[in-house]
Design a protein around this ligand. Structure first.
Ligand SMILES: C[S@@+](CC[C@H](N)C(=O)[O-])C[C@H]1O[C@@H](n2cnc3c(N)ncnc32)[C@H](O)[C@@H]1O
Length: 253
């Protein structure tokens, strides 16, 4: 199966459960986006917008929000989201945005780059859609620093969701953002403790998730945190840590 078909298969099945995840809609995250973005914009673009979880936040920053996504189901769910101001939805690829250059004042990519085969092309396309001086906000999970932990982590993520490609490290985020034509990004890093059962529910594939639970239970007992997840068991529940990075930068003039 080709990658973009896999993406659509995953997000057609995951659509509602992804939208309903309390961890992904947490105010702790959306408030960071709002303050990194600023407000008073005319048009903001949400690249790989999924079911539109960020639309209420983005619509408080801009008169119009445009969401683009490859998966029709994501766009159908995003259409149902109530948000202030105007909302437009477009089906398309992040790597080849169908907008005139300089059309947007701000662009957001959350949990998007790690699904792309070519994150460099997506950032370059985001730069071209932004006016000079426009604002870019990228939020994603960060790869562990250790190479072995990183490889294992990507393998586990791909087992959970085969449309995962690869996590970028903090340094790679900086490099890729600047190489795409942005100024040096200002970063904010934080951690989020996640509950396995909630994380697994999003995927909506019980068999795959019970296999993954077996693997993670075993990893929780191994010394040295091999996947960089800081796994711990509490009763029947397994907990782990997400390392988030938010990178905000202006499009170079
Ligand atoms: C993990 S969801 C993130 C949704 C949203 N950004 C959020 O954080 O709530 C990933 C979304 O990216 C979309 N996607 C993945 N690859 C894409 C691509 N190359 N172009 C456009 N959309 C893509 C998927 O269809 C899915 O809706």
């Amino acid at each position: 199966m080709r990658h973009n078909e896999r993406v659509q298969e995953e997000f057609t099945r995951q659509g509602e459960s992804f939208r309903d995840s309390p961890a992904l809609g947490a105010v702790e995250i959306t408030s960071r986006i709002a303050s990194a973005l600023g407000d008073g914009y005319d048009r903001v673009l949400d690249i790989a917008c999924g079911p539109g979880i960020l639309f209420p936040t983005l619509s408080s920053c801009a008169r119009a929000v445009v969401g683009i996504d490859l998966t029709l189901k994501s766009l159908q769910l995003a259409q149902e989201v109530e948000s202030a101001g105007s909302k437009f939805l477009v089906r398309g690829l992040s790597e080849k945005l169908p907008f005139r250059s300089g059309a947007f004042d701000a662009v957001v990519l959350r949990l998007a780059l790690h699904h792309f085969l070519d994150p460099t092309a997506a950032l370059a396309s985001a730069r071209s859609a932004l006016r000079p001086g426009g604002r870019l906000v990228v939020l994603d999970l960060l790869a562990p620093d250790n190479a072995e932990a990183r490889a294992l982590r990507d393998a586990l993520e791909r087992f959970r969701d085969p449309s995962h490609t690869t996590l970028l490290s903090r340094e790679e985020m900086h490099d890729q953002i600047q190489q795409a034509g942005f100024e040096v990004p200002v970063e904010t890093l934080w951690t989020q403790r996640r509950e396995f059962s909630e994380w697994a529910r999003i995927i909506h594939e019980p068999r795959r998730m019970s296999d993954l639970k077996l693997v993670l239970d075993a990893l929780a007992k191994s010394p040295g945190d091999p996947a960089g997840l800081d796994l711990s068991s509490e009763g029947d529940e397994l907990w782990f840590t997400y390392h988030w990075g938010l990178f905000a930068a202006a499009a170079a003039q």
